[in-house]
Design a protein around this ligand. Structure first.
Ligand code: 6A9
Length: 789
């Protein structure tokens, strides 16, 4: 009984949040406390939509489709790579008051703009303007349908107001947080001063069991029975929302879904290009608005915000001063805007597995305000990505950074663990296959939030703005109890076999199914590590992350007048160059390296399937690829040359006069190893695992491609060593110029050529590859352009 009791209380610890006072006040995101940031484009997973920063927000959004097209179903809603849009993304977005997005579909472009206006007690008003233009020279301009919707999420109610038969003129609604509000749908016009265009209208008023069902509900309601008959043109049938009955309303079955159903209202307008249309949200508590935010007033507001944005962008990043072309500057603005416009507000529970529970447990409900790596493929929070995101955002708006870090750190359990991938709420979960949802409590991810905290503390010392410094200090003070636990968690659970060495937990278990068992927790997934995972391993990248983190901990502790000696000591030990050499320098590779139970003599081969003589072959399993080991592993350096071997340099741990720097700079500049015209490749061309698949289904990922987060660290380190007195100063300065130029040029060129910023870049051709748009850490290109590190 005692053992059982212990087990369940240990399991409980895993799903119990850290006990210290919350970093954020319970109401910090509300309309009362933070009205300017209440409404926002906090739904990065849809092409266009807004919600409030609250757990059960009323959401608004837009779907669209082309009419009379050969493609049967081209309903657009959530960002999908499979939609094959030529490009989409924010061109301008200030993170608070407005945004301008351009979406290029097959033969037309939609510009989606929003502007907010403060007033009343519930976060104020906003207006959307959609401008649709034809791109092709086809004689018949396309006819498209826009479907604007509002949906409640278990809280609040919506009423449709129909006029002129099928035209939904407005939605009124009420929710606790928004009070009364009204959403008005204006008629489409060709330009600001022209009268309404011919259009067909349809609407849908129904209920939905959850936000992840909205697309399906619209799809299931579509009907071809409607007739589009413009005054001068042929009559044609078009597709529109019609009626939709929730499944259990059709029969007497008990609802399969026990969740409460919530109002969902859609306004469809079908019209020929070109046109412009506006949607207006007005808060009931905003009593004396001077005028409506539409038409020429909206235009003026937009113009004003745009010029403020441009001025702030130049003041912050100085790209014009540096002589960048207008096209480069436009690219830089888009990169920043997409990270800002990709901020999401998520709410829900992680699913957690520890050794103490047989089945996964639900983590406590929590909110996460975070940037996302990719709006299409993974529109959710990732721990180590966020540290990189905030390096950029902290330059633009340190409040965003403080709030994002506070949310992340607020999701820490009492042991100091933070789930690495945050899949919160049904909408987020609907995008992830079940086997990827569960997070394990032994697993770390690089503590890059310390990079962002480092930036905030540096802003403190360079900032003459006293109130801003006070805010940051107050923030750090509230953060500190959790930061201590966080640091301790890494420093106790991720230790290695020797004193002051470290080891990532959570490597792949089925060793012989993979060419090299992966280490997802390190963030570098399939980057080669010891071939046979064991407790004998020590990982050089983690060692360096700990050296960095202890240094920042010491700095924050000193700022706050808290005991800092232990952190100081740890930092001194971990950054001691002779310790690093002892633990991680491989004489054979002449580079820093992991250590472990390892052999290089591995390959993937067809598994031998024994078929007894005379038996039909097809009754036996298909042979799969498994790993063959030709020479037994032994304890030794892993000797992989690539990003991991650069870490003592990347995180500035090497003394400027360290002779190791010479080797590192040489290997970096060697085209047969790490150098490409597009940035540093992740794994040396000379490595046996360079561009090797890990299984027949698992293509190489961190085994050659150019990744921008690590390239950013490399450029930043070159900048550091080029400005520190030492024998390698000049060499570093030369490489700095070259590497920086290569990365900027390629990310920019790919953006112009393909319409997207990408997850990684091909080391042979420079072509963008992997998920797109990927405006997470690849957007750090802006900081390299600005030379802000
Ligand atoms: C799995 C598939 C629709 C992988 O950018 C986020 C992370 C990085 O933190 C990590 O370093 N990416 C990098 O190696 C992407 C991870 C995506 C996991 C998606 C589920 C969903 O299918």
């Amino acid at each position: 009984f005692y053992a059982l009791y212990m087990r369940s209380s240990l399991a409980n610890r895993v799903v119990t949040l850290h006990p210290s006072a919350p970093v954020l006040d319970a109401n910090s995101s509300t309309a009362k406390v933070s009205p300017e940031r209440f409404w926002g484009s906090y739904r990065p997973q849809v092409y266009f939509g807004m919600k409030t920063r609250s757990p059960r927000s009323i959401v608004t959004g837009m779907m669209w489709m082309r009419q009379f097209s050969d493609l049967d179903m081209n309903l657009r809603h959530t960002c999908e790579q499979g939609d094959h849009l030529q490009s989409y993304g924010w061109l301008m977005h200030d993170g608070i008051t407005f945004g301008v997005q351009e979406i290029r579909d097959n033969d037309f472009t939609l510009t989606t703009e929003f502007v907010k206006r403060m007033g009343g007690d519930n976060g104020g008003d906003w207006t959307w303007r959609i401008t649709a233009k034809q791109d092709s020279s086809a004689p018949q301009a396309p006819v498209i349908s826009l479907m604007f919707y509002a949906a409640a999420d278990t809280q609040g109610s919506l009423q449709a107001h129909v006029e002129e038969r099928n035209r939904l003129a407005s939605i009124t609604g009420f929710s606790e947080e928004l009070g009364n509000f009204k959403i008005t749908f204006r008629k489409p016009v060709t330009g600001e001063l022209t009268s309404a265009k011919y259009a067909s209208y349809n609407y849908l008023q129904t209920v939905s069991p959850g936000l992840e069902k909205l697309t399906d509900i619209v799809k299931h309601s579509l009907n071809r029975r409607f007739v589009y008959s413009p005054p001068s043109g042929e009559k044609r049938h078009y597709i529109a929302v019609d009626t939709y009955k929730p499944p259990h309303h059709q029969s007497n079955r008990k609802p399969a879904d026990e969740r409460k159903e919530s109002d969902f209202v859609v306004h469809q307008v079908t019209v020929q290009l070109p046109f412009q249309i506006e949607v207006l949200f007005e808060s009931g508590s905003f009593h004396h608005r001077p005028n409506q935010l539409v038409g020429s007033i909206m235009t003026q507001e937009l113009e004003k915000r745009k010029s403020e944005f441009n001025a702030k962008f130049e003041k912050t990043f100085g790209l014009e001063r540096k002589g960048f072309s207008q096209a480069h500057i436009k690219f830089g603005k888009a990169a920043l805007s997409n990270m800002l416009g990709g901020m999401g507000y998520f709410y829900g529970q992680s699913v957690v597995q520890s050794v103490y529970n047989d089945y996964p447990l639900l983590y406590p409900e929590g909110a996460l305000f975070t940037a996302v790596p990719s709006r299409s493929f993974f529109p959710r929070g990732f721990l180590w990505d966020e540290g990189f995101h905030q390096l950029l955002l902290s330059k633009w708006d340190p409040q965003v950074t403080r709030e994002a870090i506070a949310h992340w750190i607020g999701l820490m359990n009492m042991e100091g663990w933070i789930p690495r991938e945050q899949i919160l709420g049904d909408e987020a979960r609907s995008k992830v296959p079940a086997e990827f949802v569960v997070q394990r409590n032994e697993n770390a991810n690089p503590p890059t939030l310390f990079l962002a905290l480092q930036e905030l503390t540096e802003q403190l010392s360079s900032n003459s703005d006293a109130p801003a410094s006070q805010q940051t200090l107050a923030f750090l003070r509230r953060l500190f109890p959790r930061l201590k636990t966080w640091f301790d968690w890494y420093n106790t659970t991720q230790t290695g076999p020797l004193p002051n060495s470290y080891r990532w937990r959570g490597r792949d278990k089925d060793t012989n199914l993979f060419l090299n068992p992966k280490t997802l927790t390190s963030g570098l997934d399939d980057y080669p590590r010891a071939s046979h995972p064991s407790a004998d391993e020590r990982h050089v990248d983690l060692h360096c992350w700990m050296a960095l983190s202890s240094g920042i901990m010491a700095r924050i502790a000193r700022l706050l007048d808290e005991p800092h000696e232990d952190y100081e000591r740890t930092h001194t030990v971990l950054s001691d160059n002779s310790l690093l050499n002892e633990l991680h320098w491989s004489e054979q590779l002449r580079a820093f390296s992991d250590f472990g139970n390892h052999t290089q003599a591995v390959s993937l081969q067809q598994e031998k399937v024994y078929v007894p003589p005379g038996q039909p072959r097809h009754q036996f399993p298909v042979a799969r690829l498994v790993r063959a080991v030709r020479r037994a592993p032994k304890l030794q350096y892993v000797n992989a040359m690539g990003y991991v071997s650069l870490f003592p340099f990347l995180l500035h741990l090497l003394q400027p006069d360290s002779p190791k720097l010479e080797h590192i700079l040489r290997d970096m500049r060697d085209s047969n190893k790490l150098w490409t015209p597009y940035g540093l490749r992740s794994l040396s061309k000379a490595d046996p695992l360079y561009m090797k698949r890990n299984t027949e289904h698992d293509a190489p990922y961190w085994r050659g491609a150019v990744w921008i987060n690590i390239n950013y660290l490399a450029v930043r380190a070159l900048h550091h060593y080029s400005s520190s007195e030492g024998p390698y100063q000049e060499k570093a300065a030369l490489l700095y110029e070259e590497l920086r130029t290569n990365i900027i040029n390629n990310v920019y060129r790919q953006y112009v050529e393909t319409g997207y910023i990408w997850e990684q870049y091909n080391d042979g051709t420079g072509r963008g590859q992997g998920s797109h748009p990927f405006t997470g850490w690849s957007s750090l290109t802006v900081l390299m352009m600005a030379e802000q590190y």
